[in-house]
Design a protein around this ligand. Structure first.
Ligand code: 5RP
Length: 214
């Protein structure tokens, strides 16, 4: 069972990876909420880009330098949470509906570090996969995909409609390809192991560091 202390421990461990002069991608969520004050406390000369207005506001309030993404084309490091972490490094993200922006940032990072409490590692991905859909043609996209339940949440900052795809998750690569290939899908919450470099999982006060080889 995860805990707030574990989220804090994982987040604090990740701060050691950040160095002066770096451009840093900041994820979204309750684990990232522990990262921001720890990063600000190091008082490094860094530039940050946030994956959500929530993270941008919190980081700015803590004195971190937050830039618009149009001012940056790559990151030295990006740090973010996850909803599920499979043994082979596949992730499900998007519990906070920020997965589209989070994936763009993670993909643009030389090093993508996932921070998590002990409830996040799973034997196999299960449940549902967050999706962001174009509002245009939404009914047709839902018909094409079948299995998407829309969330009763505001649209994403980019105007996308948020939902969750319920279906067979036994082959994440095949499902990721299917979702990515469906017209009307902006992006989905399956993150491939090739995008992930480090996973920090807190169990009690211990933090396990997994390096994802892919
Ligand atoms: C937001 C995300 C979050 O990283 C994920 O939902 C984990 O959140 P938390 O740290 O609150 O458990 O993908 O879109």
């Amino acid at each position: 069972m995860g805990s707030e202390d574990e989220k804090r421990a994982a987040a604090h461990a990740s701060v050691d990876f950040v160095e002066n002069g770096m451009t840093v991608g900041l994820g979204t969520g309750s684990t990232v909420a522990y990262l921001l004050p720890a990063l600000a406390a190091r008082a490094l000369d860094i530039r940050c880009v946030a994956t959500s207005p929530r993270t941008a506001d919190a980081a700015t309030a803590l004195g971190l330098r937050v830039l618009d993404f149009d001012a940056v084309d790559r990151f030295d490091i990006a740090i973010d949470g996850a909803d599920q972490i499979a043994p082979d490094g596949w992730l499900i993200k998007g519990g906070g509906a920020a997965h589209t922006r989070e994936k763009i940032v993670a993909n643009a990072a030389d090093r993508f570090v996932v921070i998590a409490d002990s409830s996040k590692p799973v034997a196999a991905l299960h449940g549902s996969v967050p999706v962001e859909l174009m509002a245009y043609g939404l009914a047709a996209t839902l018909r094409e995909l079948s299995g998407v339940v829309l969330r009763d949440v505001p649209r994403s900052p980019d105007g996308g409609v948020i939902g969750d795809f319920h279906g067979d998750l036994s082959d994440p690569a095949a499902l990721a390809a299917r979702l990515s290939g469906a017209p009307g899908v902006v992006d989905h919450g399956l993150f491939a192991p090739s995008m992930v470099h480090d996973v920090l999982i807190a169990r009690g006060t211990e933090v396990e560091h997994r390096v994802i080889e892919s």
